[in-house]
Design a protein around this ligand. Structure first.
Ligand code: AAL
Length: 431
């Protein structure tokens, strides 16, 4: 037989083998597909994503959350609240307010917190009635005060940190809603610097900064706008609120909120501005806004990324979010009764950590404490949670917040809603 005759049968054998193999692998694939589609979701919730066809909800369960159960989701927590001792509010008559606390730092054996402090002869009266003595809003004609504590429950008010400067310096009308940065051993307080009474057009202001060698001051004002409002027509054209600095990737990551849209129907979202120097220049991130919801958003380093407490406004209110890059945030957990203006004690807020340990407590505020709009004032409170790699508190990981019936009944129908229901009933005709 010549060599060609040898090649031909070999070639044929190879062809047959390829054919048989492809049939076998198709059969296996078909079997696998059949198995996948015929598999039923198991009785014991798998810890890892199962190899089977899954609905979008179950895909999301394994793709979006750190664990398929909230009890094991390290970015889920309940929030517990405690009254603070050491602050007087004139019986909540509306003349004294403390609100929008800063992150908490620990220095020389004491916790420090800074906050908006208003002490005016009257409660807020709205922009039209406001004067240089009468506040337009709860945070108008305010200063930045501070307090210290050895246990985080009882506080000793130390007095003013940042006064309102003389007109026309930034913040002459009101300095509010501050947050702290520690950078290369110096202390920086960023705050909203109002140049007119809040509410005239909107809650319009830029951000200013003062600095000190000690958390007890004295504080030197930079007396320039450090985070400017955006250009005409941009989302952050009018307000740069809630300045919130962290250190991440070796830079200052200053998150902030802006109110935009129409008065009375504000949209609120969060932006990011970064800098290598606390006094700027700050560069706003090209993807701003980076969080679609939230208000006074609190953030903290978590593992290699940044986590955010997002509540109050927007589609994604009542969520805890996470961004590996500190920019592209995804929902990591859903919670309720989240702290307003949460300002946590974050030991690694400024350490440029690559393994953020998370948070277990901080201060927040309750606004309009009495519910009487003619006596509007706010108070500082403490919250506790378990959003920490170093704590395992199962009570905090219980998804059900147990409310007594009166909590539900207090969310009763309004007069308008009752009238609508009565009207709807009258439309029913006898069948
Ligand atoms: C707060 C913050 C800012 C706003 C006002 C006072 O919750 O968002 O500080 O300007 O409300």
């Amino acid at each position: 037989m010549n060599s060609n005759q040898y090649i031909f049968p070999k070639f044929l054998v190879v062809l047959v083998l390829i054919f048989l193999f492809s049939c076998e692998s198709k059969k296996n694939k078909d079997v696998e597909e059949t198995n996948k589609s015929s598999q039923v979701f198991p009785q014991k919730l798998p810890k890892e994503k199962p190899e089977m066809e899954l609905s979008s909800a179950i895909n999301r369960l394994y793709n979006d959350y750190s664990a398929p159960k909230p009890q094991e989701n390290e970015l889920f927590s309940q929030f517990k609240y405690t009254e603070l001792k050491g602050f007087d509010y004139n019986n909540y008559d509306g003349t004294i307010t403390r609100r929008d606390p800063s992150k908490i730092i620990f220095h020389n054996g004491k916790y420090y917190v800074w906050y908006t402090y208003r002490n005016t002869p009257t409660p807020p009266q709205g922009a039209e009635k406001s004067t240089d003595k009468i506040p337009s809003s709860d945070w108008d004609l305010a200063e930045i005060w501070y307090a210290t504590s050895v246990d985080g429950f009882t506080w000793e008010e130390q007095g003013v940190a940042i006064k309102r400067p003389e007109k026309p310096l930034v913040g002459w009308r009101s300095v509010t809603t501050t947050d702290i940065l520690i950078w290369k051993g110096k202390y920086y307080l960023y705050y909203q610097g109002f140049m007119e009474a809040s509410g005239k057009r909107g809650d319009d202001c830029p951000v200013a900064v003062s600095y000190s060698d000690s958390p007890d001051g004295p504080w030197t004002p930079y007396n320039k706008i450090v985070i400017p409002n955006g250009p005409e027509g941009s989302w952050d054209q009018y307000s740069i609120h809630d300045p919130y600095p962290l250190v991440h990737n070796g830079k200052i990551y200053l998150y902030y909120k802006s109110d935009f849209g129409e008065k009375g129907d504000w949209v609120r979202m969060q932006g990011l501005a970064t800098a290598d120097n606390p006094l700027g220049p700050f560069t706003k991130h090209p993807l701003n806004p980076v969080i679609s919801s939230g208000h006074e958003t609190s953030l903290f380093p978590f593992k290699t990324g940044i986590a955010a407490l997002v509540y109050k406004d927007g589609n994604e209110h009542n969520t805890i979010q996470y961004a590996e890059d500190g920019v592209n945030f995804e929902i990591a957990a859903i919670s309720e009764l989240m702290p307003y203006a949460a300002a946590a004690y974050i030991p690694d807020a400024f350490t440029n950590t690559k393994d953020g340990r998370g948070i277990t407590w901080g201060l927040a505020h309750f606004i309009n404490v009495t519910g009487n709009w003619s006596k509007f004032s706010s108070k500082l409170v403490r919250f506790d949670c378990d959003l920490s790699q170093d704590l395992n508190d199962p009570e905090m990981k219980e998804p059900r917040v147990k409310h007594k019936p009166d909590v539900y009944f207090r969310q009763g129908l309004s007069k308008k809603q009752k009238e609508r229901i009565i009207k709807d009933n009258s439309k029913n005709t006898e069948l």
